[in-house]
Design a binder for this molecule. Sequence first.
Ligand SMILES: Cc1ncc(COP(=O)(O)O)c(C=O)c1O
Length: 303
Amino acid sequence: MPLSKFVWFDGKFMTLDKAKVPITTHAIHYGTSVFEGIRAYWNGENLFVFRLNDHIKRFRRSGKFYDISLNFSDKIISNAIIEICKKNKIKKSCYIRPFYFVGDYGINLHVTEKAPTNVAIFIFPFGDLFNKNGITAGVVSWRKFSDMSTPPQAKMGGNYLNSIIATQEAKRNGYDEAILLDHNGNVSESPGENIFIVREGQLITPPLSSSALNGITRDTVIKIAKNLDIEVIETEIARSELTISDEIFLTGTAAEIIPVVAVDRKQIASGKPGDITKKMMKEYTGIVMNKNSDYHHWLTRVY
Ligand SMILES: Cc1ncc(COP(=O)(O)O)c(C=O)c1O
């Protein structure tokens, strides 16, 4: 998908071709970048950024694990996100990618708050990531990295090598998406999504101790479910529990809520999106499109 013309780079708006970094940029060598993935939704009248403050909060927190500084205030970053939508005259649902990274810092592995960082934001119109009628998934042989090696709660460029190799294996085996197990062999998450299973009307999702990212869509689903009186349990999920689930779905900013209809070539229940999954998808769409006033506070108007 082509990127929108204007980007924001270190405090200024410029065209995409002007935003350049040197080949000595530390992040290219060592993955020392921090990013967020945010969506904004066009409902025919206005553009609404979904859970902007929560994304900004995680954006800053991710860098803290590694003392990588975000040298702009939350207010400046959130204004820049809104302004970049306006500047590109976006009147379609879109994906917003803010990121910061260690800049020109030689080959120094001792990254401190003083290491120079750059910050950028780009955006592009974005539709569905996956087929909303349901996808297939396969458990891959690669394990999700854990707090024993690097912090899974830091949304860092380098961490995504694990997601990339898992995706490659899943695609090679003919699946739409990968499911990674944690270091204990329990279900962790997908390369860019959290996972939920449904059993006997209850929603179950792995805890953060299973190396799952504290996903904002995961949190959204938990809150929606509670408001609908659907019980949510955060507990370890054994691999074989996937097969005996009534429903499975993935959650993520890019993927939104996506039904998984087969795992490891075994159909889940009827092999069709389940009732609770469909209910959550419907609620989510209503919320992001500003059709549900109970969740107004999660939306930031652009125009
Ligand atoms: C590894 C991983 N897990 C889960 C998610 C879902 O998180 P969110 O709902 O905040 O987009 C993402 C996407 O950001 C991710 O990269």
